[in-house]
Design a protein. Structure first.
Length: 285
C-alpha cells in the first residue's frame, strides 16, 4: 500500500511519520517503541502527549540507580501481569525497518526482563491499521502475556461491547474491578450489552475496569476544538486459552489526563528464542 514518510522532532526527540493520505501516525525513534500520534490528516492527535512528564515511575529498585520509566504517551507494548518489573525504562533509541505496508519498530534486548519487543504497524485500508505485537523470549522457558496499551487524551467516551453470546446455563460476561475503582462512580455505566466509560478532565480519581469478549470491539470518541475523532480497536481472543486478571482480554484505565484502551493476549509458556504474538486492528475517523 502506498504511503509517504517524513521525519521530524517532538517533545521526546526524533520521530518518523507515515501517511496514506487519509490517516497518519508517528513513531518515536529516541525512546520506546511508542506510537505517539494517530490522526486523520485533517484532524488532531487523539493520543496523550506527556509533554510535562506528568506520568513516570521510579524503577531503580529493579533496573538500577537513577532509572525511571516515563509514559511518554501514545501506544506501547508491555508484559502482564503488572508489577514493578513491567515498568521497563525504555528510554533509548529504537531500530526501525520500512516495508511495503508500514514500519517495524524494535529496541535492543531488554536487560533483566530478557525479552525483545517488536511492533509492526501496517496500513491495510483507507482508515485502518494492523498493529502486530511480538515479544521474543531471550531467557529460560516461562509464561508470557502481551499487553497492548493505547493511551488516549482524557475527556472522551469509551464504548466497549460486552458479549451477547447465548451460553444457556453458563455465564457469558465478566466485569473486573481494581481496588481504587468504585461501583458508584458515575463516569462508568453498564448496560446489557455495553460498558461505557467517560473520563473527565475535572475528576482526577483513577478508575480501572476489565472484561472479556472473544471478539473485542472498543470505540473511543473524543472532541477537540470543535472537531470529533473516533478511534476503534478490535482483536479476537483464542478459544480455550487463559487470560490474565480474572480472564480479561480488555482493560480500561482512566484519570483526568489519560484514558487507556487496552487489550491482552492469552498466557502462554514459551521456550527461549520463541516469540509470542498479539494483533490489533485500528480504525481512526
Amino acid at each position: 500500500m502506498e504511503y509517504s514518510v517524513s521525519y521530524g522532532t517532538s517533545y521526546i526527540g526524533r520521530i518518523i511519520t507515515l501517511s496514506n493520505g487519509t490517516i497518519e501516525f508517528s513513531v518515536s525513534l529516541d525512546v520506546g517503541p511508542r506510537i505517539i500520534s494517530l490522526k486523520t490528516v485533517d484532524g488532531f492527535n487523539v493520543m496523550y502527549e506527556d509533554v510535562q512528564d506528568c506520568v513516570n515511575k521510579d524503577c531503580s529498585k529493579i533496573y538500577g540507580e537513577g532509572e525511571k520509566w516515563h509514559i511518554y504517551g501514545g501506544h506501547r507494548l508491555w508484559l502482564s501481569p503488572e508489577d514493578l518489573s513491567t515498568y521497563y525504562p525504555d528510554n533509548n533509541p529504537v531500530c526501525y525497518e520500512l516495508n511495503k505496508n508500514g514500519i517495524l519498530v524494535y529496541p535492543k534486548r531488554w536487560q533483566l526482563v530478557e525479552v525483545q519487543p517488536q511492533i509492526l504497524i501496517e496500513f491495510i485500508g483507507k482508515n485502518q491499521l494492523k498493529v502486530t505485537h511480538k515479544m521474543k523470549n531471550l531467557g529460560p522457558k516461562r509464561e508470557l502475556c502481551l499487553w497492548a496499551l493505547t493511551v488516549m487524551k482524557a475527556g472522551g467516551t469509551l464504548t466497549y461491547y460486552l458479549s451477547a453470546k447465548d451460553t444457556v446455563l453458563l455465564p457469558n460476561r465478566n466485569i473486573v474491578l481494581w481496588p481504587y475503582s468504585r461501583w458508584e462512580d458515575t463516569r462508568v455505566k453498564l448496560t446489557d450489552n455495553k460498558l461505557i466509560a467517560k473520563s473527565d478532565t475535572r475528576v482526577p480519581n483513577p478508575y480501572k475496569i476489565g472484561a472479556y469478549n472473544k471478539n473485542l470491539h472498543a470505540e473511543y470518541v473524543l472532541e477537540e476544538d470543535g472537531k470529533k475523532s473516533t478511534f476503534i480497536k478490535k482483536t479476537t481472543a483464542l478459544d480455550n486459552e487463559i487470560y490474565p486478571d480474572y480472564h480479561c482480554n480488555f482493560e480500561c484505565y482512566f484519570s483526568d489526563i489519560i484514558h487507556e484502551v487496552e487489550s491482552l493476549s492469552h498466557i502462554k509458556k514459551i521456550d527461549k528464542g520463541q516469540v509470542l504474538e498479539h494483533t490489533e486492528f485500528w480504525d481512526i475517523y
